[in-house]
Ligand binder design. Structure first.
Ligand SMILES: Cc1ncc(COP(=O)(O)O)c(C=O)c1O
Length: 455
């Protein structure tokens, strides 16, 4: 917080809570959530949030993705209420997990078996373990610019100054052993150089993990490359894992693999799948997923069986909420039509405005996920291109990333919650009026940033 720039009276209650929190909480919000003021939320409904001071916001964060039906959708509230009356947690199987898994198997092309867990982080951890267990190999390849969660293996990231066509790996932050990083391979995203690296290391790779559309830079121009990547992996005898934690059930009930027509061997889920409650899932080919099977001893030799267990995995609350939300989406395909058309309208309006006003900013988009960045390159295809574009100086001599910070500050003041470090989303609850409100706030924010000489 920069107290001098914040209207203390407008955010009095939130600021008090943030000050008190600092004494007991090392983290009060996820790292990507660099909001201009550390607001605390009182309530949320539909597309809007209200903070503890009574300020209202049109939300473009939507809980970082899960809330595809908006805040507090009735269909999910009803399911949770009914389930809660029958008990919160059993550990013994509940009545939702089998039909829910069956629904996923019916909708997701690669899914023959489903393992439920509690977060996207757990899902990628289990999926990587399964790939290692069945192959007996250690290395997992990931792509520059990706995000796969917060466990140690997932924190592999590319060194920013390493060669573009052969990036090197180091951990995102402290506390991750070098030995863990030595089990990871970094590949360049949306680049044919990745194919040669996979072929060269084929004998060592337990799997290749990729976000079909990267959360840090969502687009859909990479589909042909993704299709080729799938084929290269097939030829090399290396399973490919799609991390669909963001795209799963957001791009339609079959996720990115159905929308793009590229089917992986195994995939991970979270976010939208839980209807707003914590969830994760791994879905994939039976011969891989059976490494977790307890009911089929002998499917794999003991040294190829992978461990999975979690107190809250497949808990009744998450199962009931997720099953209700996904069933509702499946029965109402027009919800996806609305989501896509309003997202297209927002992105087209913002990009047309930036072109007409000659503002060096652009939105990249994949379906209902979009990212706004400041830079002259359009589109920036990779995260490295994106970072370079934002580092270029604006008219004031300061990097364009400063213009981005100022932009999101103005947008916040105008009553819209958005982020430049993470993509934004719409939900089916965003009305035409909500989207118009956001477009208008963005246009005014661009003009304010230009008036300040930053872009
Ligand atoms: C593609 C992807 N994978 C995995 C994760 C981790 O999910 P979670 O935050 O539920 O642990 C995320 C979270 O943003 C994600 O975007």
């Amino acid at each position: 917080v920069k107290p001098s720039t914040v209207d203390q009276a407008r955010y009095r209650a939130s600021l008090e809570i943030a000050r008190a929190s600092a004494g007991v909480l090392p983290v009060i919000a996820p790292e990507v959530l660099a909001l201009p003021v550390p607001i605390c939320i009182q309530s949320a409904a539909g597309a809007r949030l209200v903070d503890v001071d009574g300020n209202e916001y049109v939300d473009l964060l939507m809980g970082l993705g899960p809330l595809v039906l908006g805040h507090a959708p009735q269909v999910v509230l009803d399911a949770i209420g009914e389930a809660a009356r029958d008990g919160l947690q059993y550990v013994v199987p509940n009545r939702w997990q089998e039909p829910f898994a069956r629904l996923i198997v019916e909708e997701v092309p690669c899914a023959e078996r489903v393992l439920f867990c509690n977060s996207g982080t757990e899902a990628t951890m289990y999926a990587m373990r399964a790939l290692r267990a069945v192959s007996g190999r250690t290395k997992i390849a990931v792509f520059e610019g990706s995000y796969h969660g917060a466990h140690d293996y997932a924190l592999a990231r590319a060194d920013a100054d390493s060669p573009l066509d052969a990036p090197t790996v180091s951990p995102r932050k402290a506390g991750v052993p070098d030995e863990v990083m030595a089990t990871m391979t970094m590949l360049p995203y949306w680049s044919d150089a990745a194919f040669d690296l996979i072929r060269a290391q084929a004998g060592e790779l337990a799997g290749v993990m990729v976000e079909p559309a990267q959360g840090a830079n969502p687009q859909d121009g990479q589909v042909e490359w993704l299709r080729e990547l799938r084929e290269v992996c097939r030829e090399a005898g290396v399973p490919i894992l799609f991390d669909e934690v963001i795209t799963g059930f957001r791009m339609g009930p079959g996720g990115a693999q159905a929308a793009f027509g590229v089917v992986p061997d195994i995939a991970t889920y979270g976010k939208v799948l839980g209807g707003g409650l914590p969830i994760g899932a791994v879905a994939g080919r039976a011969d891989i997923m059976e490494t977790f099977a307890k009911h089929a001893p002998g499917t794999y030799p003991a040294d190829r069986e992978a461990f999975t267990t979690g107190t809250f995995s497949a808990n009744p609350m998450s199962m009931a909420a997720g099953f209700a939300a996904i069933s509702h989406l499946r029965e109402n395909p027009r919800l996806y039509t609305h989501l896509r058309s309003e997202s297209d309208r927002l992105v087209a309006a913002v990009n047309a405005f930036c072109d007409a006003e000659d503002i060096p900013a652009h939105m990249n988009q994949c379906d209902s996920m979009f990212l706004l960045y400041f830079g002259r390159l359009r589109p920036a295809r990779t995260v490295r291109e994106l970072q370079r574009a934002q580092a270029e100086p604006g008219p004031s001599g300061q990097p364009l990333s400063v213009a981005a910070d100022a932009f999101f500050g103005h947008l916040f003041d105008a009553g819209v919650l958005g982020l430049g470090l993470h993509h934004m989303h719409l939900s089916t609850a965003h009305s035409r009026e909500d989207v118009d409100f956001a477009i208008d706030a963005m246009k005014r924010s661009f003009l304010a940033v230009r008036a300040a000489g930053l872009c």
